[in-house]
Design a protein around this ligand. Structure first.
Ligand code: GLN
Length: 451
């Protein structure tokens, strides 16, 4: 049924970079055989899922939406995809994204533009915009994404679905094509909070293959999603993440959601986290710095594309030609920014300074969590913007991440849950729920209470 739905709507939505009906049906038959043989599989056995094309999959290509990886077939599965395969989920295909997950609209894909199912002239958010669009368009009931600087929560918000960034290290980065290693976090997309929780539990947990994986029990997110009792819970409203510059319709739905939480017995207090306003510039130094190091592996020798290798050129020339042809404009911009920020003489002024800001933000979160159990804000300052509207203005594009980035810098858990449509454009609005490290279950409890 989902493959048929994809065949029907994909010409309009363009959420998928790779679909292979036969591989999907083969997987479904394999799960069926395991069940018939009496194997005990988890609650999601047989449920179809779409994967952001940044997770390695051994039976499907993996491109990170970059020309430099065109045609690359990984010889192995990422831990996330391996665990879901083991749990009996069936892979529908690989979804579009901003090249190497760098962007907020999925327009930086080297292959295609994905459209928001609510309004085809709008973006589906990014970087995991193929995964959000696929779920919102009923092409897939579940999908995976990654959140480095909002790339699960922001697309979930603008397509009216649930998206969760787990605690950093709570889900494995093994087999995930690296963007910014100290921030990259795999997480779930779903149409309701309980579905997201089931998926979260299915792929989370300690992984010895990832050196920053947290060796602690997975928070009981399914349990929390099933018990949305928030009476007595203390909820902090972040003063800096609302107000001027935010769309009126976003603020209206946000304030209503906060009132709803209060009426359900939560105690709402306003809190100030003054350094959150510096998170965006700090992130846009730290993430490019890490990316400039991570993307050095695309050297024309190891994977994918190789340009100009005709026997007359040196390896260095082939590398330069390949990178010039294989990387898109935003990726090049980030590599240059990062290389500059890390270069001697500038390191302390840029990268070093950004790391200090990161520490200050973590401390503000810690101070806030002394007073409250969770923090809330709108997920994004505006609803989905128009395709093409921000492509020539990187700073305007970066502003979409205003509310989401503080949680990435601190490594804590955060969710976006739909709270209705904005009056002015009838497009979805998301409520962001932020919780301390390894308290992911609180996001699910509050999320289930408001949905
Ligand atoms: N918009 C952010 C960026 O471009 C989001 C990245 C992400 O979370 N992958 O870096």
């Amino acid at each position: 049924a989902h493959l048929d739905r994809m065949a029907e709507v994909e010409p309009k939505i363009q959420a998928f970079l790779h679909v292979d009906r036969e591989t999907t049906l083969e997987q479904a038959r394999a799960v069926d055989a395991r069940l018939r043989a009496g194997e005990k599989l988890g609650p999601l056995a047989g449920v179809p899922i779409a994967h952001k094309d940044i997770f390695a999959t051994r039976d499907m290509p993996t491109t990170a939406a970059s020309k430099i990886l065109e045609g690359w077939r990984p010889p192995y599965d990422a831990t996330v995809t391996a665990r879901l395969r083991e749990a009996g989920l069936v892979f529908l295909g690989k979804t579009n994204l901003d090249e190497f997950a760098m962007g907020s609209s999925t327009e930086n894909s080297a292959y295609q533009v994905t459209r928001n199912p609510w309004d085809l002239s709008k973006v589906p958010g990014g970087s995991s915009g193929g995964s959000s669009a696929a779920v919102a368009a009923y092409e897939a009931p579940l999908s995976t994404g990654t959140d480095t600087g909002g790339s699960i929560r922001q697309p979930a918000s603008v397509t009216g679905i649930v998206g969760m960034k787990p605690t950093y290290g709570g889900s494995s980065r093994y087999g995930l094509i690296a963007f910014a290693s100290s921030l990259d976090t795999p997480g779930p997309f779903a149409r309701n909070v309980l579905d997201a929780a089931l998926l979260h539990e299915a792929f989370s947990g300690h992984d010895p293959m990832d050196s920053t994986s947290v060796d602690a029990p997975v928070p009981s997110v399914v349990e929390a999603a099933k018990n949305p009792d928030i009476a007595g819970m203390r909820i902090g409203v972040v003063k800096e993440l609302a107000g001027e510059g935010y769309q009126a319709g976003v603020l209206a739905r946000y304030h209503e959601a906060v009132q709803l939480l209060e009426s359900l017995g939560a105690k709402v207090v306003e809190l100030s986290c003054p350094s959150f306003t510096t998170a965006l510039p700090a992130y846009y130094l730290i993430a490019p710095s890490e990316c400039s190091s991570n993307l050095a592996r695309f050297d024309a020798m190891r994977y994918g594309l190789r340009v100009g290798d005709d026997g007359t050129r040196s390896a260095e020339e082939v590398m330069a030609l390949t990178r010039a042809a294989g990387f898109g404009a935003e990726v090049k911009r980030r590599i240059m920014l990062g290389t500059y920020a890390l270069s001697s003489g500038y390191y302390d002024a840029y990268y070093g300074q950004a790391q200090k800001v990161r520490t200050v933000i973590s401390r503000e979160f810690e101070a806030a969590y002394q007073q409250v159990d969770v923090l809330v804000s709108p997920t994004t300052p505006t609803t989905a913007f128009s395709i093409g509207e921000r492509t020539d203005d990187p700073i305007a594009m970066y502003l979409a991440d205003l509310c989401t980035i503080p949680s990435n810098l601190a490594g804590n858990a955060a969710m976006s849950v739909p709270v209705g449509l904005a009056d002015e454009d009838n497009l979805p609005v998301g409520l962001q729920i932020m919780a301390p490290v390894l308290a992911d279950d609180r996001c699910y409890r509050v999320g289930a209470a408001v949905e």
